[in-house]
Design a binder for this molecule. Structure first.
Ligand SMILES: *[C@@H]1O[C@H](CO)[C@@H](O)[C@H](O)[C@H]1NC(C)=O
Ligand SMILES: *[C@@H]1O[C@H](CO)[C@@H](O)[C@H](O)[C@H]1NC(C)=O
Ligand SMILES: *[C@@H]1O[C@H](CO)[C@@H](O)[C@H](O)[C@H]1NC(C)=O
Ligand SMILES: *[C@@H]1O[C@H](CO)[C@@H](O)[C@H](O)[C@H]1NC(C)=O
Ligand SMILES: *[C@@H]1O[C@H](CO)[C@@H](O)[C@H](O)[C@H]1NC(C)=O
Ligand SMILES: *[C@@H]1O[C@H](CO)[C@@H](O)[C@H](O)[C@H]1NC(C)=O
Ligand SMILES: *[C@@H]1O[C@H](CO)[C@@H](O)[C@H](O)[C@H]1NC(C)=O
Ligand SMILES: *[C@@H]1O[C@H](CO)[C@@H](O)[C@H](O)[C@H]1NC(C)=O
Ligand SMILES: *[C@@H]1O[C@H](CO)[C@@H](O)[C@H](O)[C@H]1NC(C)=O
Ligand SMILES: *[C@@H]1O[C@H](CO)[C@@H](O)[C@H](O)[C@H]1NC(C)=O
Ligand SMILES: *[C@@H]1O[C@H](CO)[C@@H](O)[C@H](O)[C@H]1NC(C)=O
Ligand SMILES: *[C@@H]1O[C@H](CO)[C@@H](O)[C@H](O)[C@H]1NC(C)=O
Length: 768
């Protein structure tokens, strides 16, 4: 999948890297001629001998007794001061596997910086006689290693050394237990990062009364409880406050306004409640405000719209209300705005101010009024989601000229009118277009002819008329999901659709289509190989603060799945199938459809299909839902159908089928007789008609058409029961709740994907 990224330079901030560099420069410069102090090289060699599985490319291969006298200049990762003492040991990502306690820190009196990040180092056994003196250590980076245990247990440092530390990074280890009150003794602390661990205490309020130099407090992705201590507002040099993905409760302390240097306020994914305090309006340096997924109530304080430095505002998935004031137009530096999933109302301000927007997500609120025309001036816009509001009027044609727009979701509104025809088709970047469930009219939108990157198109639930154009096959060659259901399309299905070699989902249900199902559909190559990837994340990157800000979005698709409307999200890329139900299609079911072995559903119900059910139907081995009801199919049910081991929803009722119902395997679980009702002469299980004793003259005409609706509902319940046993995980995959939108800060790009994996694996395990 094409992944576009933009590189907006952030001009007005000094990136963290530079400040770290300054910190590094403050360590003594290395002089290549110095002889290493007696004992220090030996200590390093002793430590090396305890490390195992060091890769051959490891910097440690340069550490040898032969060169130990020139260790300062020839050993990689070792930097000495003028006196020949080791001042810095820096071995990031060196493939080291061993214990930190095996390194005798007491041997290095001048060691100021120790950087062992991205290795496989553990704390090691506590030995009482090991000295923990490393009195000059100020910078300690042990992030991304295998340290497990309580914070102080993993640090082989004396209290005196701890008091010297100004940079401590223990991110991405296996730390658990509390953040100890006694850590407040680290009075020089400037950067404290224990993110991505399993720490599970409150945040001790004492920390902040003592850490007056603190600039970064990063504890995101732990299990931290309790509330945000108001004392945090004493650390007035604080720039980054990262508390996301914890279990924090309570309110944002009103004193937050005292953090005058704050640039990033990240509180997403907690259980915080109450209003956003007005004092946030004091944070004039604020660049990132991420309050996503909490329980905040009330309105966005108007003072926030005075914070002109702001780059992103994410208050999605809360219980906020009120209107968005016109004063938002003073935020001229905004790249991203996410107000989704709240109770905002009123019109969308006609001018959002910034011309630099990359993402605008206002979905699932109660916004009304017309499409704001100024959006057409947002030349950098890549993601626009206005779905699920009460917007009306026409969709302006200028929208289609936004060259960078990748994702557009205007579904579930009341937009009307035609998608205007264009003289020239803009060279569009669009990959995902959702216009479903509006009141759109006119022919199939010609503008889509210019969308050669299109992957997802959902036009369902509108009043589009005319024929389905055959150019889709050539103009949108990457299309994977094509949903035109519930419109007024007529004519026949163009056989050229089969040129869509990536197509995995075709939904043309509930139109006025006539003619046969094209035999060429057997050539949908993407429905032949089972899908393995999990989701379709759209990513956009901004450069803010010291790193990337990734916006991750998992696309969603509405599918009528086992007779229910479902929104698939996350699992969507696994879904494959064809729904042509409720049209006027006639002639036979092409046996070529049975080539499409990765289909999970096939719905051809409510047409005028005749002839027999293809005997190869059993080739569809992972089919979970098959509906041929309300057609004119005759002959017997092919016995191969019992090869579809995942089949949990079957409906063959209201046809002209006869003969014995095949038995065996999964079919035994489909015990609801109504799925075979209203046929000419079916017999055998689950009908009460046996096939051998000549009683087939009574035929299987059970359930007159008056009862058929009731029976259908009944059969649905049966299929759910069957689905609990087989094909379970996909069914439940549907019910997984995903955060539709995420501003994923600083290298947490694939977290949705991981989450999906975890949830699915867990579901799967439970089902077994
Ligand atoms: C400790 O480090 C500082 C700089 O961080 C340096 O000036 C000082 O000389 C070092 N002390 C010793 C004993 O090496
Ligand atoms: C780290 O070491 C453990 C064994 O102590 C091993 O199972 C694991 O695979 C190692 N991890 C990496 C990334 O090398
Ligand atoms: C610590 O004590 C153990 C045994 O008491 C000894 O084998 C080891 O060498 C000692 N370590 C140091 C660094 O003195
Ligand atoms: C801490 O280490 C992690 C992983 O190495 C890194 O991503 C993060 O930026 C570091 N934190 C700080 C504050 O530098
Ligand atoms: C949170 O931390 C755990 C443990 O380190 C890790 O497995 C998980 O992937 C992290 N989640 C995110 C979203 O970073
Ligand atoms: C720290 O903050 C608390 C509460 O906000 C306050 O009572 C206390 O006086 C402050 N301490 C200092 C040293 O500023
Ligand atoms: C806002 O800032 C001003 C001056 O910087 C300060 O006096 C005031 O107390 C702050 N307000 C809050 C609510 O922190
Ligand atoms: C925004 O700032 C202007 C001038 O700096 C001030 O007059 C106005 O009251 C502020 N608005 C809010 C809501 O704080
Ligand atoms: C759709 O448009 C028709 C007229 O074009 C109008 O009568 C109808 O009320 C509209 N429906 C909705 C839901 O807006
Ligand atoms: C399917 O594709 C094959 C090879 O690409 C082609 O020979 C065949 O004619 C196609 N079948 C139909 C029905 O279009
Ligand atoms: C599915 O959605 C369509 C249109 O939104 C609606 O007409 C239909 O009744 C829904 N079906 C079910 C089973 O909810
Ligand atoms: C039962 O069905 C078979 C085959 O369909 C037919 O040959 C036979 O005559 C039927 N028996 C009766 C009693 O109608």
């Amino acid at each position: 999948m094409a992944l576009r990224s933009r590189t907006h330079a952030s001009k007005s901030i000094i990136p963290l890297r530079i400040s770290l560099l300054l910190l590094l420069l403050s360590t003594p410069p290395c002089s290549s001629s110095t002889i290493i102090q007696h004992g220090e090289a030996e200590s390093l060699l002793r430590w090396k001998s305890t490390l195992s599985a060091a890769a051959s490319a490891s910097p440690l291969t340069t550490w040898s007794p032969a060169t130990s006298s020139s260790a300062c200049s020839s050993w990689r990762g070792v930097t000495c001061d003028a006196a020949g003492h080791v001042a810095e040991l820096s071995l990031p990502g060196a493939g080291l596997h061993g214990e930190l306690r095996a390194l005798d820190l007491a041997a290095f009196p001048a060691l100021a910086k120790l950087d062992l990040r991205r290795n496989n180092i553990t704390a090691g056994v506590v030995a009482a006689n090991v000295s923990t003196r490393a009195s000059n250590l100020t910078y300690l980076d042990l992030s991304d290693n295998a340290f497990a245990g309580h914070i102080l247990d993993v640090l082989p440092l004396s209290p005196a050394t701890l008091q010297q530390l100004s940079y401590l990074n223990l991110s991405s280890n296996g730390l658990y237990g509390p953040i100890l009150r006694s850590l407040s003794a680290m009075g020089k602390m400037t950067v404290f990062d224990v993110s991505r661990n399993r720490l599970n205490s409150d945040i001790p309020s004492e920390l902040f009364t003592n850490w007056i130099e603190l600039t970064q407090f990063r504890v995101q992705n732990n299990s931290i409880t309790g509330s945000i201590p108001p004392t945090i507002c004493n650390t007035t040099k604080l720039k980054y406050l990262r508390l996301a993905k914890n279990k924090l409760t309570g309110e944002i302390p009103a004193e937050i306004g005292r953090l005058a240097s704050l640039q990033a306020l990240e509180l997403a994914d907690n259980f915080l409640t109450g209003p956003i305090p007005n004092s946030v309006g004091n944070l004039t340096d604020l660049l990132v405000m991420d309050l996503f997924s909490n329980g905040f109530t009330g309105v966005i304080p108007p003072e926030i719209f005075n914070l002109t430095a702001l780059r992103t505002i994410d208050v999605g998935t809360n219980r906020l209300e009120g209107e968005v004031p016109a004063s938002i137009s003073s935020l001229r530096n905004l790249y991203g705005l996410d107000l989704s999933n709240n109770r905002f109302s009123g019109t969308i301000p006609s001018d959002l101010g910034s011309r630099q927007f990359v993402t605008i997500v206002l979905a699932s609120n109660s916004f009304s009024g017309e499409f704001p025309l100024t959006f057409c001036q947002l030349d950098s816009l890549e993601i626009l989601d206005l779905s699920n509001n009460h917007l009306h009027g026409e969709i302006p044609s200028c929208l289609w000229h936004l060259q960078d727009l990748v994702f557009m979701d205007l579904s579930y509104n009341s937009f009307s009118g035609e998608v205007p025809p264009m003289s020239a088709y803009p060279n569009s970047s669009l990959e995902s277009v959702h216009l479903a469930n509006n009141n759109l009219t006119g022919g199939y939108p010609m503008v889509l002819k210019g969308c050669k990157w299109l992957i997802i198109l959902d036009l369902g639930g509108n009043h589009f008329t005319g024929t389905i154009p055959s150019w889709i096959g050539t103009c949108n060659p990457l299309l994977r999901f094509l949903i035109l259901r519930s419109n007024v399309f007529n004519g026949s299905i163009p056989k050229e659709l089969s040129q869509l070699s990536h197509l995995q989902l075709l939904d043309l249900a509930m139109n006025n289509l006539v003619g046969s199902i094209p035999r060429s559909f057997g050539n949908f190559t993407s429905m032949i190989q089972p899908k393995t990837e999990l989701n379709l994340p759209w990513k956009v990157q901004h450069h803010i603060l010291d790193g990337r800000v990734d916006y991750t979005y998992t696309d969603r698709i509405g599918i009528n799945w086992k007779r229910q409307n479902h929104t698939f999200q996350g699992t969507v890329a696994l879904m494959a199938g064809i729904d042509l139900s409720s049209n006027y299609l006639s002639n036979e079911i092409p046996s070529e459809l049975c080539n499409l072995e990765s289909m999970r559903f096939l719905n051809l119900s409510r047409n005028h299909l005749s002839g027999i059910i293809p005997k190869e139907i059993g080739n569809l081995k992972i089919l979970e839902s098959l509906d041929f009801s309300w057609n004119e199919l005759s002959g017997s049910i092919p016995s191969s159908i019992s090869n579809s081991m995942s089949l949990s929803s079957l409906n063959l009722s209201n046809n002209h089928l006869s003969g014995e119902i095949p038995s065996g395997y999964q079919l035994r679980t489909l015990a609801d007789p109504s799925i075979y009702s209203n046929n000419f002469g079916l017999c055998g299980f689950p009908l009460n008609i046996s096939c051998s004793d000549g009683s087939n003259s009574t035929s299987a005409l059970i359930g007159g058409s008056t009862d058929s609706q009731e029976l259908e509902i009944l059969s649905w319940f049966y299929s759910v029961l069957a689905g609990l046993v087989f094909g379970f995980w996909l069914w439940f995959g549907v019910l997984l709740l995903f955060e539709p939108w995420r501003f994923a800060f600083f290298g947490q790009v694939d977290h949705l994907q991981k989450k999906i994996m975890q949830k699915i694996c867990c579901m799967y395990a439970k089902s077994e």
